[in-house]
Every structure is written in structure tokens, then in C-alpha cells.
Unconditional design. Structure first.
Length: 77
């Protein structure tokens, strides 16, 4: 994995470029006064979400949109 070092003061003007480099696999070391402060690395690729994977797993009650009782808001039993 290639590595580059970037001074923290350069980040605002180069953020999009630095983010693109990190996403492409480059490790970015962020320094402040030649002292390493942070490391940006690419996130591992995740699996794509599958819609409808668990049909029926969540059910909404009939009164879902009904107003809550007053004691819910006041905290009195």
C-alpha cells in the first residue's frame, strides 16, 4: 500500500484529492509540525445490501401513528 504524508494545514485545500487517494488504496499520514497525528486508510469493501432479505422481520402495530398518552410526556404512572 503506497503511503504519503500531508501537513494538517494542507487538508482544507486538498481534501477532495486526499480523500480520493485514500479511497484508491493510498495510506495518508497527517502530520502537524512533522509529528504524525492521524492515518487515513481506505475502508474495506463491504457487501452490497440486499433489499427484502428478511421479509416480515419487523411489524408495525396498528396504533403506530396514534398520539402517546399524557403520562408518557409527564413521566407520571
Amino acid at each position: 500500500m503506497p503511503t504519503i504524508t500531508v501537513e494538517v494545514g494542507e487538508l482544507p485545500g486538498r481534501f477532495a484529492d486526499i480523500l480520493s487517494l485514500a479511497a484508491g488504496g493510498t495510506e495518508i499520514i497527517v502530520t502537524q509540525g512533522n509529528v504524525p497525528q492521524a492515518r487515513l486508510v481506505p475502508l474495506p469493501l463491504g457487501r452490497a445490501r440486499t433489499p427484502g432479505l428478511h421479509p416480515g422481520a419487523i411489524q408495525t402495530s396498528e396504533d403506530f401513528d396514534a398520539p402517546l398518552p399524557e403520562d408518557y410526556w409527564t413521566g407520571t404512572p
